[in-house]
Ligand binder design. Structure first.
Ligand code: MRU
Length: 362
C-alpha cells in the first residue's frame, strides 16, 4: 500500500496516519486542501518526498473544490491553495517544488476549460507520485553498490516507504541491498523527539525481516568509535547547491563522528530534494516545532511543568563531512557544486531510467 494516494472512487486524498504507528494502522481521508495542509503540518504524513506528493494531490483537490466559474478565477484560487500548502512545513524543498510544478501545469495556456485544468492537475500529481516510487527504486539499487555483505549500517529518522510514496531513500538502499541477498544489520537511531526511528523505521524493518537493533540516539557515537558501524545512511529534506545537507535534527552530529572515525557518510537524496537556488546550507529554513514534542514523549510529560524547551526539527551538515550523495542518477562525489547541477539537469531531462526489473519485480 502506498503512503499517500488519490482515491479515484471518492475523489479524495488518502494517507497512512503515521502518528498512530506502530500501535494502530489507520488510513486518513481528506476532501479539502486545508485538511491536507494540516495533515502535513501535524505529521500524519511526513518525509520530504511524501509531503511533496501529498501537496501535489492537495492542489488537485483545491482545483476540484473551487467554485470558480472561469479559468482566471480558478488559477487565482490555486495561488491561494499553493500559499497554504507551502506554509505547512518549511524545510523540505519537495513540498514547494511539487506545488510550483502544479502551478506551472495550471498555467498551461492550452487548457481550454475548468474540467481540463482539474484533470491536468490530477494527472500531474499522479505522475509525481508514480515517479517517486520508480526513482526511489533506481536510487536504492544505485546506493546498494556502496553496501557490502555483512555491513552494519547506522540509520537516522525514517526514510523508508513511509517517508516517500513507496520504497524509500536511505532505507530504500538498505531494502535493495537486502533484496540482493546481502546480509546487513541496521542500528536504528530512535530519533527523539518524535521517535521516527523507533516507531516507523523499526516497524518497516521488522515487516521486511531485516536484522536491526534499536539504539538511543546518544549511543551512536559509541558504536562508531568502537568499530561497530561500516557506513552511515541518511535522507535529506533539502540539499543546497554546494552539497550541504539539511536533514532530521541529529544528522550533523552523526556526520562529524563518522568522519572522525573514518566511516563513510552518505545522504540518499532524490534530485527533487536538491535546491540549486540555495548556494549553501545556511540559507535553508529550519523548521522549529512546538516545545511540547521535547517536553513530552508520545503525549506523556517527561519534564517538570512550566519549563521551556527548544525544538529545531532539522540541522545542516556541511558538505565537507559528506562522502558522497546517492541520487537516482548515481552516486555524486565532490566537487558537489558542479556534479549536483549536472545530476539535477540530467534528471529533469528524464535521463534517469525507471527500474524495469529488480529482484523484487521478478
Ligand atoms: O520531520 P520528518 O519526519 O518529516 O523528517 C524526515 C526526515 O528527516 C527524512 O530524513 C527526510 O525527509 C528524507 S527521507 C525521505
Amino acid at each position: 500500500m502506498r503512503t499517500v494516494f488519490w482515491d479515484y472512487d471518492n475523489n479524495t486524498v488518502k494517507m497512512i496516519d503515521q502518528r498512530q504507528l506502530p500501535f494502530e494502522f489507520v488510513v486518513a481521508e481528506f476532501d479539502d486542501y486545508h485538511d491536507v495542509a494540516r495533515s502535513i503540518r501535524e505529521m500524519y504524513v511526513r518525509g520530504a518526498p511524501a509531503i511533496g506528493a501529498t501537496a501535489a494531490f492537495g492542489m488537485a483537490l483545491a482545483a476540484r473544490k473551487s467554485r470558480a466559474k472561469d479559468l482566471k478565477t480558478l488559477r487565482s484560487d490555486l495561488e491561494g491553495a499553493a500559499e497554504t500548502l507551502n506554509a505547512a512545513r518549511p524545510t523540505a524543498v519537495n513540498l514547494s517544488w511539487a506545488v510550483a510544478s502544479q502551478i506551472d501545469v495550471a498555467g498551461d495556456e492550452s487548457l481550454k476549460n475548468i474540467g481540463e485544468l482539474r484533470q491536468a492537475l490530477l494527472t500531474s500529481a499522479q505522475r509525481i507520485a508514480d515517479d517517486d516510487v520508480e526513482l526511489n527504486r533506481q536510487m536504492g539499487f544505485n546506493g546498494a553498490e556502496l553496501v557490502s555483505d555483512g555491513d552494519t549500517i547506522l540509520h537516522h529518522c525514517n526514510t523508508g516507504a513511509l517517508a516517500t510514496v513507496d520504497w524509500g531513500t536511505a532505507l530504500g538502499v538498505i531494502f535493495a541491498a537486502h533484496e540482493q541477498g546481502k546480509k546487513v544489520h541496521v542500528l536504528v537511531d530512535e530519533t527523539r523527539p518524535r521517535l521516527q526511528g523507533s516507531r516507523l523505521t523499526a516497524w518497516e524493518l521488522k515487516n521486511r525481516g531485516i536484522s536491526f537493533d534499536l539504539i538511543a540516539d546518544n549511543a551512536a557515537g559509541h558504536f562508531m568509535r568502537t568499530g561497530q558501524v561500516d557506513i552511515v545512511l541518511v535522507g535529506s529534506d533539502r540539499t543546497a547547491a554546494n552539497g550541504d545537507v539539511a536533514n532530521k535534527i541529529g544528522t550533523y552530529k552523526l556526520a562529524v563522528v563518522a568522519k572522525e572515525n573514518g566511516i563513510p557518510f552518505y545522504p540518499v537524496v532524490p534530485t527533487s530534494t536538491i535546491d540549486l537556488a540555495l548556494a549553501n546550507g545556511d540559507l535553508i529554513p529550519i523548521e522549529e516545532r512546538t516545545p511540547d514534542e521535547v517536553l513530552k514523549a508520545i503525549d506523556r510529560p517527561i519534564a517538570p511543568d512550566g519549563i521551556t524547551a527548544r525544538n529545531p526539527a532539522f540541522d545542516v551538515t556541511p558538505h565537507r563531512f559528506v562522502t558522497g550523495i546517492v541520487t537516482e542518477m548515481g552516486v555524486v562525489y565532490p566537487p558537489y557544486g558542479k556534479h549536483l547541477r549536472k545530476a539535477v539537469e540530467a534528471s529533469r531531462r528524464g535521463e534517469w531510467r525507471p527500474m524495469s526489473k529488480s529482484p523484487s519485480n521478478d
